[in-house]
Design a protein around this ligand. Structure first.
Ligand SMILES: [Zn+2]
Ligand SMILES: [Zn+2]
Length: 722
């Protein structure tokens, strides 16, 4: 009997499917794009399920208008995964499904896949490149270098430079490039592996074909990437696809370059939000068609259809960037693990500082732990010291021993990094006569002074204004910036060391696409002496010339109300301090702090993540906090001061009585006001995941009947921070 009701996912904020008559659709059209009418508008949806009947009167159902059979259908594996996510995160299925497709496919008409040629240099090209390129054309030079190393796919080259495809077409027109008969070029040879790397690869390869979750715990510089490459090699040889997840767009070109250098014959696809729409579609289609052997991508890539999927790698698995904070609030890392389980493939979560969730799973044996205890290259041990800011107060942000260390290192021709996780010039503009401070009128927050731009900016809502010439309260003209931001530190360093080559690495300085890559190359090549950077600099990049790291001020996170703040800070500091040092002489790390006795610094100086993790887990156990328990959070915001809290109190009254589910009192959010809206939250907690979800199912349905016009609310499962 032919199916009677087509269930379609549409990008509309309503729970559940939309029912239609099959129209032109056949039984095997599940997972295909369909064109439908919603009211008087045409929309693009995805056919996700068939049903025998509908809750809607059959005479009122409309038929599907059209089915797109030009693309393979979305595989069942992905359809199941999307429905699982909708249920687990209590989110409507339609927007999730449509968000998992490349944006180009949300319109009915779209441009087709372009070919992915293999390129190699001709003799003329080998002579012309890179000599005929401008010295500063770093991205173009990188393309040339990669082509000199051997044949490469256009898709892989396109990950290495902006406008790479146009450039390659131009070089081909000049006779510098040709498309060879595809013969794999000699790959970069794998290095000699140390024992723990070899054992880790063996364990992963041995698990191919079965769901096995691994936690790969490797100290900074221990060669995790070599383990990924070793596992990738075995996966490729079996004709299987690998999904490689990275937390940030900025980290994808490097890992893509390492992969394509090792496996030049493999077809690599890159998927992240920074790609042009057509490019993203081309990569996605290559994955769906099974042409792509390897997909490297950020969060949303976890939903990429991969019909031959054999392995999932999640690099820097602790990174908060895996948690999506808008729309569907999900953890791409957790979805990757579920996907591995439903598909029956191994998943490797890699980190020097794993999330406590993953660490706890490894201690209970749910995950298999693989340790890389030593650095892959011989590096002298770090020389780490605290600077007690109570004894030596900072001058322009740095204490005397820190200034001295910078001076000495510059004198030796060394490279130094000052880590300060606060952008702008100064976080506070203050009147010393009456105590007035420049607050954001829309947020419970100070405005940050950006001196160069001559603006006060709110880092929470984006509000900008001109700094007042005099105090608005008392008229005092002597308004003073208080505290240190990266811009102020940069200015102080420039004044103190006028000859030094200085760079700032924060979101303001590196807002343009590829500017971070350019700077990273300069730092790597030793063209920079002093770097002031925020956490941007802590991630993933290898700076072989860096020998001094100064942590200017990290104390703020030590006594935060967010119980995850210490874990996050430790990860950042371990990463940033791990950047220091090279083979021939030890790296030096100086940490400025008002709390030199804090346990976090003791564990940091011992490079002892397991020790800190054990302490933090014991605390979480004592307080019943995650990962010992499971949490969900109901957040509300409203323009009136008490409306959000009042709504949460009403929501609490609607909570079903479920045993083993604890409901806390509504409280103001950590940032109680943002962008003109008052914010509050209510946490629900349980040791039993099934009970928590049974509770949430019922509560969520009741809450939907309790809508208030001015109150916006969202239910988050496993909220990543407070
Ligand atoms: Zn004043
Ligand atoms: Zn604001």
């Amino acid at each position: 009997m032919p199916p009677r009701v087509a269930r379609v996912a549409l990008d509309l904020p309503l729970p559940g499917f939309f029912d239609y008559l099959p129209g032109p659709a056949q039984a095997d059209d599940l997972g295909r794009r369909v064109r439908v009418m919603v009211g008087k508008r045409e929309r693009v949806g995805l056919l996700l399920d068939w049903a025998d009947s509908s809750e809607i009167d059959p005479s009122k159902l409309r038929p599907l208008l059209d089915v797109d059979r030009s693309l393979p259908p979305l595989p069942e594996e992905i359809r199941v995964l999307l429905q699982f996510c909708a249920a687990y995160y209590h989110a409507p299925i339609g927007p999730i499904t449509l968000a998992a497709l490349p944006t180009a496919l949300r319109r009915w008409e779209f441009t087709r896949l372009r070919p992915d040629p293999l390129w190699q240099l001709t003799a003329a090209g080998a002579a012309a490149l890179p000599q005929q390129l401008a010295p500063r054309a770093i991205a173009q030079r990188r393309l040339a270098t990669q082509l000199h190393a051997g044949q490469a796919r256009e898709s892989a080259l396109a990950t290495q430079a902006p406008r790479a495809r146009a450039l390659l077409a131009d070089w081909a027109r000049r006779g510098w490039l040709e498309q060879p008969v595809p013969v794999p070029a000699p790959a970069s040879l794998p290095p000699v592996l140390n024992t723990s790397q070899a054992q880790a690869i063996e364990a992963i390869v041995g698990a191919l074909g079965t769901y096995t979750p691994f936690l790969l715990h490797g100290v900074t510089g221990s060669g995790k990437t070599e383990v990924y490459l070793g596992a990738l090699d075995a996966t490729l040889q079996r004709g299987l696809q690998t999904l490689v997840m990275v937390p940030e767009i900025g980290l994808s070109p490097q890992i893509a370059a390492r992969i394509s250098a090792r496996f030049p014959g493999a077809s690599l696809s890159l998927l992240h939000s920074g790609l042009a729409e057509g490019e993203r579609l081309a990569h996605w289609q290559a994955a769906l068609d099974g042409h792509a052997d390897i997909v490297v991508g950020t969060r949303l890539a976890v939903f990429t259809p991969l019909p031959r999927l054999g392995l999932i790698l999640v690099d820097e698995e602790h990174d908060a960037a895996y948690a999506q904070q808008e729309g569907l609030r999900y953890s791409a890392r957790d979805v990757a693990v579920w996907r591995a389980r439903t598909t029956g493939v191994p998943v490797v979560l890699g980190s020097a500082t794993p999330s406590l969730e993953s660490w706890a799973n490894a201690t209970t044996g749910r995950y298999r732990r693989l340790d890389l205890p030593q650095r892959a290259r011989a590096v002298a041990p770090l020389d780490m010291q605290r600077i007690d800011l109570r004894q030596t107060p900072p001058i322009e942000g740095l204490a005397a021993p820190a200034w001295q260390a910078l001076d000495d290192n510059l004198g030796r021709g060394g490279q130094s990094l000052i880590f300060l996780n606060r952008r702008g010039y100064a976080p506070v503009l203050l009147c010393h006569a009456c105590g007035w401070g420049a607050d954001c009128p829309r947020c419970a927050s100070r405005l940050t002074l950006h001196l160069k731009a001559g603006r006060l900016r709110c880092h929470h809502c984006g509000l900008e204004s001109r700094p007042p010439a005099t105090c608005p309260d008392c008229g005092n003209p002597d308004l003073r910036p208080l505290g240190q931001g990266t811009q102020r530190l940069e200015a102080a360093l420039a004044a103190r060391f006028p000859g030094a080559r200085l760079a700032r690495a924060d979101r303001d300085a590196l807002s343009r696409k590829h500017s971070w890559e350019t700077l990273a190359t300069q730092i790597h090549d030793g063209a920079i002496d002093l770097i002031v950077g925020t956490q941007l600099i802590a991630k993933g990049h290898d700076f072989p010339r860096l020998d001094l790291v100064i942590v200017a001020n990290a104390d703020g996170a030590l006594y935060s109300q967010d119980f995850r703040a210490e874990e996050t800070l430790f990860a950042q500091l371990l990463q940033v301090s791990g950047r220091a040092g090279r083979a021939d002489h030890p790296g030096r790390v100086l940490v400025q702090t008002h709390f030199p006795q804090h346990r976090l610094y003791a564990h940091l100086f011992d490079q002892d993540y397991p020790g800190l993790a054990a302490t933090l887990l014991a605390e979480r156990r004592a307080l019943d906090l995650p990962p010992i328990s499971r949490q969900a959070r109901l957040s509300a915001e409203a323009p009136e001061a008490d409306a959000a809290l009042a709504w949460l109190h009403a929501a609490r009254q609607l909570a079903p009585a479920t045993p083993e589910v604890r409901i806390f009192d509504p409280v103001p959010a950590l940032m109680p006001r943002r962008a003109g809206r008052w914010r509050a939250q209510l946490v629900v907690q349980s040791f039993s995941r099934p009970r928590l979800h049974a509770f949430l199912d019922e509560w969520d349905a009741r809450l939907r009947t309790e809508q208030r016009r001015t109150v916006r609310w969202v239910l988050e499962v496993d909220p990543p921070f407070m």
